[in-house]
Design a protein around this ligand. Structure first.
Ligand code: BTN
Length: 245
């Protein structure tokens, strides 16, 4: 069914607002979308540039009751749904970068930030934050610290954000349903087929530490499998970041 939506003109962060609504008794599932964020959050403590009226700032809040299996690989599955929504909008060469960046020609077009509360082994809530650069053309002072693009820049024309949200909702329903029934294992090969850095030489950074290896793929929990000097190592965790070597 359709998720109830709250559309806000301005908020600090749709993820933060979702947490506040949960804390004051709101019952998932629900969706919060804003026209502008004043303190948009990215992964690894970064901020997410969120100008008014141009992009999508979207948080879907769900209740998880199926234990760890329903959390494992969840952010990668959201990535697959978002990949298809962006393809449906006409961007053919969009791909995934582990764990959940969406890139077009090496430039980031969308990102995902999952926030969990409660006990993952029992009942918990997950806030699925999705930011998509839809119509953004320039950023004052170019404060984004990584190469970026927008769907509009790729297509060369203005994109209807309402239609994009409809497509994203449909794709998320489809992929979350599959993940809920069969877990990440059944979606793993599809994820790998869309992984831009499959087989590539990379370095994986966790804070000041880093490991160099070759990408083998992901495992059934969504963790990254790297060949490090001929030995397979598996890495998971939201604080990791991948670079090409
Ligand atoms: C990333 O670093 O790639 C994740 C970016 C996630 C941004 C979205 S925008 C909607 C939601 N609210 C936030 O504050 N962050 C996420």
């Amino acid at each position: 069914g359709a998720w109830p939506v709250t559309l806000l003109q301005q908020v600090d962060s749709t993820n933060a607002e979702s947490q506040r609504q949960l804390a004051t008794g709101a019952k998932p599932p629900f969706l919060i979308i804003a026209e502008q964020q004043t303190a948009g959050r990215g992964r690894r403590g970064r901020s997410w540039v969120s100008p008014f009226g141009e992009n999508l700032y979207y948080s879907l809040v769900l209740r998880i009751t199926g234990g760890m299996r329903q959390i494992e690989g969840l952010s990668l599955v959201v990535g697959l749904a978002l990949l298809h929504a962006i393809r449906d909008a006409g961007v053919n060469d969009v791909g995934l970068k582990w764990p959940n960046d969406l890139l077009v020609n090496g430039r980031k077009v969308a990102g995902i930030l999952l926030e969990l509360s409660g006990d993952p082994a029992d009942v918990c809530h997950v806030v699925i934050g999705v930011g998509v650069n839809i119509n953004m053309r320039n950023v004052p002072g170019d404060v984004i610290d990584q190469p970026w693009t927008s769907i509009r820049q790729v297509l060369g024309e203005q994109v209807d954000r309402n239609r994009f949200v409809d497509r994203l909702n449909l794709q998320l329903q489809r992929y979350l349903d599959s993940h809920g029934r069969n877990g990440f294992a059944a979606l793993r090969s599809e994820w790998e087929a869309n992984h831009l850095w499959q087989g590539r030489a990379v370095s994986l950074a966790a804070g000041v530490q880093s490991v160099e290896g070759r990408v083998l793929g992901v495992d059934d929990t969504g963790a990254l499998r790297l060949d490090v000097d001929g030995v397979e190592h598996v890495f998971s965790g939201g604080e990791l970041s991948l670079r090409l070597r």
